[in-house]
Design a protein around this ligand. Sequence first.
Ligand SMILES: CC(C)(COP(=O)(O)OP(=O)(O)OC[C@H]1O[C@@H](n2cnc3c(N)ncnc32)[C@H](O)[C@@H]1OP(=O)(O)O)[C@@H](O)C(=O)NCCC(=O)NCCS
Length: 238
Amino acid sequence: MENQPTVSCVETQVTNEYGIGMRIAIVLAFLILIPVLLPIAFVLLGLLFSFYLAGIVVFYIIERTTAPKGMYGDPHIKFQWLRAFINNVIASNVPHCQARFRRFLFRLSGITIGKRVFIGMNGYMEDYCPEHVVIEDNATISFRVTFVAHGVKRGKNLRVLIRSGAYVGAGCVILPGVTIGRKAVVGAGSVVVKDIPDGAVAAGNPARVLRWLEGYGPDTLAGKAPIVPVCKSENVNL
Ligand SMILES: CC(C)(COP(=O)(O)OP(=O)(O)OC[C@H]1O[C@@H](n2cnc3c(N)ncnc32)[C@H](O)[C@@H]1OP(=O)(O)O)[C@@H](O)C(=O)NCCC(=O)NCCS
């Protein structure tokens, strides 16, 4: 009985020493492994990025050597592959909080975008002839909106124009040659096949006018008002 406390004390000491040893070993392992693992991780990432860049270069060479001189007989559009990449791979996936950056990228890809325009995520912007998409000031394009400006008639790309203050609901498809009027609202999921007048609320497939915003309509002055250029994008000669 007298020996018991002594044994217990020894056991406690052994346990403590073992714990400290383990801790030191773990710290040492980290100290040794971090300088080894970090460069390996960087090298792997570098390799991945190089493969990625190489892929783009190969893709570019293949496209330049095998692609026809532009679809529908148009002259080949310069850097179409890169524009499409910026447009539909990077810009459309930029998160909501970076909407200004997304807008900048869309402009970079060739789309004409006015001031204070919001474009939501995961849309599909025209990437064959982005110059044919014009979005005026204060327009709102919700998420998953598709803009198409080519493919209606062979040899023709048609301008898609979103006039100032227009609102395009989520998941709409805007077809070539369509103009969405000033302050017009297009309901979610609509397929817009022909022009939507100023101040109209339209929806459906094909989109039809449901009603008019106050002050607009076929009989009002606003409904008949001549189209006045609102931002410089209007002067784009297409
Ligand atoms: C188009 C919209 C503005 C209409 O709103 P509203 O004027 O309040 O119209 P109502 O809800 O009274 O509907 C009127 C009629 O249009 C129909 N309708 C409404 N939205 C529609 C749509 N997107 N597609 C097809 N039909 C639609 C309704 O079924 C209704 O038909 P009915 O009269 O035969 O019953 C609205 O429905 C809409 O789609 N908003 C966009 C939402 C969106 O995209 N948000 C994204 C946020 S980033």
